[in-house]
Design a protein around this ligand. Structure first.
Ligand code: FES
Length: 93
């Protein structure tokens, strides 16, 4: 099972392959905050510390929003990501 590590919380969670991060975070205490849950508010922005290829590919509306926010190349919206393999995140500042 893939491991989702949230460095901000010093926490590693084993998740089902293809699990949505937002669903995982409903059952686990993490520092990732969610607002709109739809890729439109930026509350859930995270930095991908390692293995960005193990998150589901970015779709256009996420890319457009991150561009609007002037996000860094390694930032994603957690509400839009599924876990495909081991990946490490931290909450964006
Ligand atoms: S919760 Fe609003 S963008 Fe992810």
């Amino acid at each position: 099972m893939p491991k989702l590590t949230i460095k901000t919380d010093n926490k590693t969670i084993e998740v089902a392959e293809n699990a949505a991060i937002i669903d995982v975070c409903e059952n686990e205490e993490t520092s990732i905050l969610f607002g709109c849950r739809d890729g439109a508010c930026g509350a859930c922005m995270v930095r991908v510390v390692s293995n960005p290829q193990n998150l589901s590919p970015m779709e256009d509306h996420e890319r457009d929003f991150l561009e609007t926010m002037a996000a860094l190349d390694d930032e994603r919206l957690a509400c839009q990501c599924k876990v495909l393999g081991d990946v490490e995140l931290e909450v964006s500042e």
